[in-house]
Write a protein that binds this ligand. Structure first.
Ligand SMILES: [Zn+2]
Length: 107
């Protein structure tokens, strides 16, 4: 039986928030769920991580970018499953939230 490795503490490529990457004993590797290089299959993203919220927002609010950034259709399906199952948790962000805040401040 191999020993568990400590979780990898890194930062989200997009927003800079802390990302904790769990070590998966079954696959003897770190979880690929937040590994941006895994989703994009681009070498320059290898070892770069994104937080749940950024993945969630990309899927929910930016479908066009989602398809462009993740060219592998099987991986898009897998990422969608993670979101549907709640393995990737996030909040829906309204597109005009910033605009509304500015309007309220003016009043
Ligand atoms: Zn993020």
């Amino acid at each position: 039986m191999s020993a568990d490795k400590p979780p990898l503490i890194t930062k989200c490529l997009n927003c800079g928030k802390k990302v904790v990457v769990k070590y998966v004993r079954a696959s003897r590797d770190y979880s690929q769920k937040n590994h941006w290089g895994y989703w994009t299959e681009a070498k320059e993203n290898d070892g770069c991580y994104t937080c749940d919220q950024c993945l969630f927002r990309l899927y929910k609010n930016y479908r066009w970018e989602f398809c462009q950034l993740i060219p592998n259709k099987k991986k898009r399906v897998l990422l969608r499953q993670y979101i549907v199952n709640g393995d990737i948790k996030g909040k829906i962000e309204p597109a005009f939230s910033k605009l509304r805040i500015k309007t309220i401040k003016k009043e």
